[in-house]
Design a protein around this ligand. Structure first.
Ligand code: NI
Length: 138
């Protein structure tokens, strides 16, 4: 367990009120927890920008009746197999599928995979959650 350090922060009253309203909306138990999250978020952004090993999740929504599309998505994933930790396929209704692809590796390569699958014709929605391996975070 890391050592806890207390420190004071000076900021404008109005800004603090806005922050408190936001952390209330987000259900943080206190300012410290909200502050920790902001710092971690910034550190994760830095990991991605600096090309460190990162983790993430790509989500896709598509219609499985488009067989060409399904084959294409599988082909692309095989081209990037070294990044893919696991993938989950959920049949949401009679035609729509949700696919969640967990990835780990270098940011540029993960982004390339995300762009490739998202831009495949017929994909209704795609997004990339930029997360961390957790190693660089306390
Ligand atoms: Ni399905």
């Amino acid at each position: 367990m890391s050592q806890l350090v207390r420190f004071g922060v000076s900021l404008e009253k109005e800004l603090l009120e806005k922050f408190d309203r936001r952390i209330g909306e987000k259900h943080y138990p206190n300012r410290s927890e909200a502050f920790r999250d902001l710092i971690r978020e910034d550190l994760v952004k830095k990991e991605w920008a600096e090309g460190k090993d990162v983790a993430g999740a790509i989500t896709l929504v598509y219609d499985h009746h488009r067989r060409e599309l399904v084959n294409k998505l599988v082909d692309i994933q095989h081209d990037f197999h070294e990044l893919i930790v696991s993938s989950q396929h959920i049949h949401m209704d009679e035609s729509n599928c949700l696919e969640i692809i967990a990835v780990k590796g270098k940011p540029k390569r993960i982004e390339e995979l995300a762009y490739r699958v998202k831009s495949t014709k017929g994909v209704k929605h795609g997004s990339l959650v930029m997360a961390s391996t957790g190693k660089g975070l306390a």
